[in-house]
Design a protein around this ligand. Structure first.
Ligand SMILES: [Zn+2]
Ligand SMILES: [Zn+2]
Length: 258
C-alpha cells in the first residue's frame, strides 16, 4: 500500500470528479491520503471529505501565503479542531518568501502558533518552506529547544543543509513529483544523507504532477510515480520503498488509524 501524505482534495480542480479521483487512487494501491487545510474557512469542507471517505485523513492549519489575510490564527483555535477523529496533523504552515503574499512577520507568528498546537497535541507539524531556509531552520531549532514537537518538511525543494538539519532535529521529509523532474538534480542530491526511514511521499495535488503527467492536473494515484523515483534514487524495489514510506507515515502521523 502507498500513502499520499499531502494533497488538496477540496480544491475546485476536483469538484466534478472527487469520487473518481479517490477511487482511482485506491485502485492504484494508494489506500491512505491526507487532505491538507490551507485556511480555517476550508476546514469544514476538508473534514467532510475525510469523514465521507475511508482512508482519507486531514489536517488543520493556515498556509503561509494565507497567514496575512486575516488575523493570525491562534494555537487555541487550531487545537480545537484536533478533537475530531480524522484530524491527524497541524498545517500546512511555514514560510514562503518566494511569493511573499503575506508579510514575513505575520508568517513567522503564524508558524509559531502552529508549533504551539503541534507541541500541545502531539500531532506532527506540516511545514511548507520556500526561499526561507535560514528562518525556517532557526525557528525550528529555537522552538524545539523550548519543548519538543514532531515535524515534516513537505514538498521538499530545499538545500542539503535544510534536509540534514531537519533530520538532526528529528524531523521527516516528504517528497513530491518534483523529484521526477529532469532539472531537479540538486534536490535529489540534497537527499544523499537522508535515511529512507525519514522519508514520506506525496503528490501536493492538484499541483506538480510527476513525469509522465507533468503539466496535467495532479491526483493522488500519481504518488506511485513519486515512490518509483525514490526507489530508483535509493536503489531498492518499488515494493520495498512503498512499504517503508507507508510505515514512516504511520509512525509519524500515529493518530491515523485504518
Ligand atoms: Zn505547500
Ligand atoms: Zn499543500
Amino acid at each position: 500500500m502507498l500513502v499520499d501524505s499531502h494533497c488538496h482534495l477540496n480544491f475546485p480542480d476536483f469538484k466534478d470528479d472527487i469520487d473518481d479521483v479517490i477511487a482511482r487512487a485506491k485502485a492504484a494501491g494508494v489506500g491512505v491520503m491526507q487532505t491538507i487545510c490551507t485556511e480555517m474557512e476550508e476546514f469544514d469542507d476538508i473534514y467532510a471529505i475525510s469523514e465521507r471517505n475511508e482512508g482519507v485523513f486531514c489536517s488543520a492549519g493556515v498556509h503561509p501565503n494565507d497567514s496575512g489575510k486575516q488575523k493570525v490564527v491562534s494555537a487555541h483555535d487550531l487545537i480545537a479542531k484536533t478533537s475530531k477523529k480524522k484530524v491527524i496533523g497541524i498545517g500546512e504552515t511555514g514560510l514562503d518568501y518566494h511569493y511573499e503574499y503575506s508579510d514575513r512577520e505575520l508568517q513567522k507568528q503564524s508558524l509559531i502558533e502552529h508549533i504551539k498546537a503541534a507541541r500541545e497535541t502531539g500531532l506532527p507539524l506540516i511545514v511548507h518552506t520556500r526561499d526561507a531556509e535560514d528562518d525556517t531552520i532557526n525557528i525550528l531549532n529555537e522552538e524545539i529547544s523550548n519543548g519538543n514537537f514532531k515535524f515534516l518538511i513537505h514538498c521538499f525543494t530545499s538545500t542539503k543543509q535544510l534536509a540534514d538539519e531537519s533530520i538532526k532535529l528529528g524531523g521527516y521529509i516528504s517528497l513530491s513529483g518534483i523529484i521526477t523532474f529532469k532539472n531537479a538534480q540538486s534536490i535529489r542530491d540534497a537527499l544523499t544523507d537522508v535515511p529512507l526511514e525519514r522519508i514520506l511521499v506525496e503528490t501536493d495535488s492538484p499541483f506538480l504532477a510527476p513525469i509522465p503527467y507533468r503539466g496535467k492536473r495532479n491526483e493522488p494515484s500519481y504518488v506511485v510515480q513519486v515512490n518509483k523515483a525514490l526507489a530508483g534514487l535509493k536503489g531498492i524495489s518499488e515494493e520495498e520503498c512503498s512499504r517503508i514510506t507507508t510505515d514512516n507515515f504511520f509512525r509519524l502521523f500515529n493518530k491515523a488509524k485504518l
